[in-house]
Design a protein around this ligand. Structure first.
Ligand code: BDR
Ligand code: CA
Length: 316
């Protein structure tokens, strides 16, 4: 059988426990070729998320270039989430110190460089606010045609998690999200509709803990930390928001998807940052997003556990 081509990707995020787990499974997968890692401000300040990104790379042995992203949203004031991810942005188990430094160029320039250099179209996987991606599209509009698609975690068609209507990543930088959704680049949207169903439960944590590798040892503790917050909200496991954006690329068969035209609300007293789907085609516009709506929870957890288990082979 002909060998499947790897998908060239740029990982852009604000680690963050679920970003870190998303990157961990992305690196474990044989289906992705990680060209670069870029950081955004979101769960914590850009200084903290960049330090965390470098520490995650050291832990999982990822040697892709890392670049620091925009320090603030395009127009609004920064907003962080220490209640979910702690003061460091990645509280919990100790992590190795960075094995290398961030690139001397910023995220937008690194993205542009690797997209230009790649002989195939590149997929961007944003798991934080969309500031860097919007800045890239504004600074280098000619590169749009070199982007295959954007598989993002953000939004929610039914409800929000930071306000009743808005999800954190979109709320932090709604103007950036609007630019991305209106870019014409195909979007794969992992919103709360699916990510809140992609639960990894304490029984799954135990399966990961039992693997006994240096990486699994950190991952189960990240899961426990992340779950501690979500349990207070009634969740029966840790919602794997950001891993959905990676899993949708490597195991699309796990998900139910629907195409919609999705708009981003940038104004409003109650609905700023909301992703609004044209459910019944009233606007008569072609869909701009393929939205993940449901997931086979058990199979999702099995794939995630298997991917983490690949680090046992590496450390053996
Ligand atoms: C999103 O917000 C962040 O806290 C998580 O990392 C995820 O990207 C979920 O709303
Ligand atoms: Ca994130």
């Amino acid at each position: 059988m002909a060998q499947e081509m790897k998908i060239p990707v740029i990982l852009d995020g604000d680690p963050g426990h679920d970003d870190a787990i998303a990157w961990t499974i992305a690196h474990a997968s044989s289906r992705l070729d990680i060209l670069a890692v870029t950081t955004c401000a979101g769960n914590q300040t850009i200084e903290k998320t960049t330090y965390n990104a470098l520490r995650v790379c050291a832990l999982i042995g990822l040697k892709a270039p890392v670049a620091k992203g925009c320090p603030k949203p395009l127009l609004t004031e920064p907003m962080n989430a220490p209640s979910v991810h702690g003061e460091s942005g990645l509280d919990g188990p100790p992590l190795p110190e960075p094995a290398f430094e961030a690139e001397p160029v910023g995220a937008v320039e690194l993205m542009a460089r690797v997209i230009r250099a790649c002989d195939r179209k590149v997929t961007i996987v944003p798991t934080g606010p969309l500031t860097n991606v919007a800045a890239l599209l504004m600074a280098h509009p000619e590169l749009k045609q070199r982007i295959e698609r954007i598989s993002l975690m953000g939004g929610g068609l039914a409800h929000g998690n930071w306000t009743p209507a808005a999800e954190f990543n979109i709320l932090v930088d709604p103007e950036a999200a609007k630019i991305v959704f209106e870019s014409g680049i195909p979007i794969l949207m992992a919103g709360l509709d699916v990510t809140e169903k992609a639960l990894v439960t304490p029984a799954d944590f135990e399966r990961i803990r039992a693997q006994g590798s240096a990486v699994s040892d950190v991952v189960w503790q990240w899961l426990e930390f992340f779950y501690k917050f979500h349990r207070t909200l009634g969740y029966e496991g840790a919602p794997m928001h950001d891993p959905c954006a990676v899993m949708a690329l490597i195991h699309p068969e796990l998900f139910t998807m629907k195409d919609y035209y999705v708009q981003v609300e940038t104004l409003g007293d109650y609905c700023k940052g909301t992703t609004v789907a044209d459910w019944n085609g009233i606007l008569g516009k072609a869909p701009n997003a393929t939205c993940l709506m449901d997931v086979d929870r058990d199979a999702f957890a099995d794939r995630l556990v298997e991917l983490i288990d690949r680090y046992r082979e590496v450390s053996a």
